[in-house]
Write a protein that binds this ligand. Sequence first.
Ligand code: PRP
Ligand code: URA
Length: 213
Amino acid sequence: MKNYENVTIFNHPLISHKIAILRDEKTSMKEFRELVEEITTLMTYESLKDDVATVEIDVKTPLETCKQQVIKDDSVAIVPILRAGLGMVSGVHILFPLAKVGHIGMYRNEETLEPQTYYCKLPEGIEDKLVLLVDPMLATGGSACDAIDLLKKRGCKNIKFMAIIGAPEGVSRVAEKHPDVKIYVSTLDRCLNENGYILPGLGDAGDRLFGTK
Ligand code: PRP
Ligand code: URA
């Protein structure tokens, strides 16, 4: 895959370790859910390090009063792409407990692999926030592209997209269609199979998170 200015692939050893367990077909639903949360927290820490809005407050230590920067918690909104993106919300909330959550419901047509939007509910004022769009899987990139289109139509100007596993096809598609959106992927896999599943991947993230299969 070519290099894109708006794409960061983490390849961080701590995340990589957790992804190995996440991929394993023997990993239980409970452990899978916990790992998605933990990986998301690590990804959020890295992805937002340069753009988090802060305010200065006074803190009285046992010795004296000092100035300290703290995060402006309501400056970030989380938008999961349903269903699997739901598994990442708690991982962001660990760092931004007051972040409001919007939901975009999409499923892929199994034959065409085109995303179908069935739900969109976004918090008031989202257009002025840093929007963290989350979905563990970036396969063809259709879902992410359409979700970003929806956010832009709503007026969002500052959007970041985080996916745990990306396929080169999908990462390139989103990077080219939305060069103004920063894309963060923990690991870049080999390719898609004929059914649009990421190889080696981890299977169907929604089914593994919610135990539907
Ligand atoms: C999965 C995944 C993404 C999408 C990625 O959702 O969570 O939203 O596929 O594929 P794409 O990049 O080719 O669009 P799915 O459509 O299986 O719906 P689900 O989360 O409800 O299972
Ligand atoms: N959605 C998933 O859950 N897994 C894939 O490999 C591709 C899309």
